[in-house]
Write a protein that binds this ligand. Structure first.
Ligand SMILES: Cc1cc2nc3c(=O)[nH]c(=O)nc-3n(C[C@H](O)[C@H](O)[C@H](O)COP(=O)(O)OP(=O)(O)OC[C@H]3O[C@@H](n4cnc5c(N)ncnc54)[C@H](O)[C@@H]3O)c2cc1C
Length: 502
């Protein structure tokens, strides 16, 4: 059989896979994306992206397209466990202090459009069925419309979702907690009077019944609504069983007393609150990103964000290694930086599951009241806002005395360039390279040998500054040096050694 060869094989064209492929295509690293489905998944699924994901899209010039496709991006604020105190994302100095109500299929459209513009492509109806790795690469087989495809890459990234085939082929353990709640979600046409009003800071109202039904209805485009639901029937349904109008009707009758009915189910699927995480995100030349690496209930709207941000973290590192700039050890930072982030989200979603549950006994009602009071304190509100928005992330640093900016996301500052042009920091990151923002009086010379990998820009900060004379920012928007000694070492650590001409 003919074996095609590429740099990176990406399995799965969901949010994580498309982000990764786009990041690789942006810097010219060859990659092939396989997806088992015949076309893009048009079901809305996730309803929002959080502020840090919005910032990351802005770093690549993708946010305007995303906002253009969003439902109404200033409609709602953030929340923790549905408690009645809005989270104030503005406390985190972001240009996007709201979740962007962007259905998942629309985010995937934004990413795939960019991938296509960059010359990349998704091979549809290509289902990965086998995989083997050796010291130099990974070989996969996939069923394809014209027969079987065999493909070899230097690395493989499994972005193939919660039921990952790659995870199963490798035999990796997926430890965690089994599902206790089974739910369904459907994009549908409803008849009757739909109460679309958001409950203040939360995008949709939750309706429940004493028999254990719940229904959450959110407006989509084109007259459709997204229903997330459960009930006695849904709790017993098999994962692959189709969602039927009868099942949905029963839920609506129990939660809305006959005021609503279903006219047509366009798309539907089932999910649960199972909570699991891989111990190792890297198995030799195979990496895991997104739901293939971690699953949890959608409470709090974090899953897609985690996957997209995993891919932003891994993409530039894989590219640096494949171009021969950096060594393999750079890839190990993917585990140390991203594993703890998902571990915390898993813990918080489990906590939210308990807090949001229907019970009021055993002190749960009082716990909710205590947490509600706490969220009214600015400090506590800011903490939780940072967690839910993904804005508080600080990457681990070996230096305890490090500058306070180190490891944090670089704010999207207004800058005045030496030639008088006014720009935003995010205008400097479109190409996917690192950025050395040089704010001092004397230009920094040390970065010149890295000019093929790092954009060196001299500028002034328009308003409140960074408090540093210069900052070095990684392609994923995190500060890895903020003035003082050690610039050469930091450039070498993250961007690889200087190339010697020979
Ligand atoms: C009702 C609901 C609401 C949600 N709300 C939110 C929210 O508001 N915010 C949020 O951040 N997250 C939310 N989530 C979670 C979010 O949908 C997931 O975390 C997200 O889809 C994960 O993206 P992914 O790219 O990792 O995987 P997926 O989107 O699952 O993509 C995996 C891809 O891999 C392909 N694939 C699988 N197996 C193979 C194979 N063998 N060969 C080739 N291709 C394969 C699949 O076809 C698929 O396209 C919600 C989820 C649900 C169900």
């Amino acid at each position: 059989m003919n074996v095609q060869v590429t740099g990176v094989i990406v399995v799965g064209a969901g949010g994580a896979g498309l982000t990764l492929a786009t990041e690789l295509a942006l810097v010219g690293v060859p990659a092939v994306v396989l997806d088992r489905l015949p076309g893009r998944n048009l079901q809305s699924r996730a309803g929002a992206i959080q502020p840090r994901t919005a910032e990351m899209l802005a770093l690549r010039g993708l946010l305007d397209d995303a906002l253009g496709r969003s439902i109404d991006y200033r409609l709602v604020g953030g929340h923790f466990a549905g408690l009645p105190v809005p989270l104030d994302y503005a406390a985190w100095d972001t240009r996007y202090p709201h979740p962007v109500l962007l259905p998942q299929d629309q985010l995937e459209a934004v990413l795939e459009d960019r991938l296509t513009e960059l010359g990349g492509q998704v091979l549809r109806e290509h289902r990965l069925t086998g995989m083997q790795q050796d010291a130099d690469g990974v070989t996969v087989t996939a069923t394809a419309p014209g027969g079987e495809l065999s493909l070899r890459g230097r690395y493989l990234v499994a972005c193939d979702g919660a039921h990952s085939s790659v995870r199963k082929i490798i035999g990796a353990d997926f430890p965690g907690e089994a599902a206790t709640v089974r739910m369904g979600t459907a994009d549908l046409l409803l008849t009757g009077d739909v109460d679309d009003s958001s409950s203040g800071h939360i995008s949709s109202r939750i309706h429940t019944s004493p028999q254990g039904h719940f229904a959450m209805i959110t407006p989509l485009a084109n007259g459709l609504h997204k229903l997330i639901f459960s009930g006695p029937q849904t709790m017993l349904a098999e994962r692959d069983a189709p969602v039927t109008p009868a099942e949905v009707r029963e839920v609506l009758r129990a939660t809305h007393g006959g005021a609503l009915d279903v006219a047509e189910i366009r798309y539907s699927s089932r999910f649960s609150n199972a909570s699991r995480q891989l111990e190792h995100y890297r198995h030799g030349r195979v990496f895991f990103a997104g739901d293939s690496a971690h699953i949890h209930s959608p409470a709090g709207g974090q899953g897609l964000n985690l996957g997209v941000q995993d891919a932003f973290n891994l993409g530039w590192k894989l590219a640096a290694v494949l171009r021969g700039d950096a060594g393999e050890e750079l890839l190990d930072t993917y585990q140390s930086e991203r594993h703890p982030v998902a571990a915390r989200v898993l813990a918080l979603t489990r906590a939210q599951g308990v807090i949001m549950g229907p019970q009021r006994d055993g002190g749960l009602g009082e716990l909710r009241d205590v947490l509600t009071d706490l969220l009214r304190l600015p400090e506590a509100n800011r903490y939780m806002a940072g967690v839910m928005a993904g804005l508080d992330l600080c990457l681990p640093s070996p230096d305890a005395e490090a500058h306070p900016l180190l490891g944090l996301r670089m704010p999207d500052l207004d800058l005045l360039l030496d030639d008088g042009e006014r720009i935003r920091f995010s205008d400097l990151t479109r190409s996917g390279r690192g950025v050395l923002l040089d704010l001092g009086d004397t230009p920094l010379a040390a970065a010149a040998p890295w000019s093929d990998r790092v954009t060196h820009v001299r500028a002034r900060v328009e308003a409140a500054g960074t408090g540093a004379e210069a900052v070095l920012v990684r392609p994923d928007g995190y500060v890895c040096w903020a003035g003082g000694a050690g610039l050469t070492e930091t450039l070498t650590r993250w961007f690889g050694p200087v190339r010697t001409r020979g």
